[in-house]
Design a protein around this ligand. Sequence first.
Ligand code: HEC
Length: 156
Amino acid sequence: MMQRLLTVGCVGVALVGLCAGMSMTGAGPSVEVEASSVMQDPTTNDGVFTSAQARRGRRVYNRDCASCHGGELRGGEMAPGIAGSDFIVFWVDLSVGALFERIKVSMPEDGPGRLSDEEYTDVVAYMLDQNEFPSGEAELPADKAELDKIMIVAAE
Ligand code: HEC
């Protein structure tokens, strides 16, 4: 694990052209700093929701969102698409917490805030699933502060 992180850190440093110098001087404190910076906030590529949660979210989506956003999240006459390029263009580099909050304060458009935090969180998990992000071992927490730490990135 540590070995891998150090390697990743070195690759990051290589981008600014310092990697060779660093491997000559050996693993010094500056490598430690680089290694800890790659351990920062998780992204949507890190398996931040479970497949069971996404399935629960699909039920919420079909009940409360699909009438406007369409069965495939591709949008329709009533609403924009919330999967694929429509989603990525808008949401990359924003946090999952921002997405959660946006949905909570404005959706469903015919009754914003009507769902529980758990339901909003599950629907976010479903959206991530539909945007081809990987599921993992732990559920997305229904907690805005925690969700703020997870960044939306382009799917790998
Ligand atoms: C009554 C129709 C309607 C329903 C139901 C509805 N939406 Fe929307 N939604 C819209 C419209 C119209 C917009 C565009 C206007 C706006 O941004 O507020 C929108 C915008 C959005 C956006 C922002 C799009 C973007 O990426 O910029 C998201 C995300 C979203 N909806 C998610 C949801 C979710 C999740 C649900 C179910 C909990 C839902 N919506 C239910 C009509 C609806």
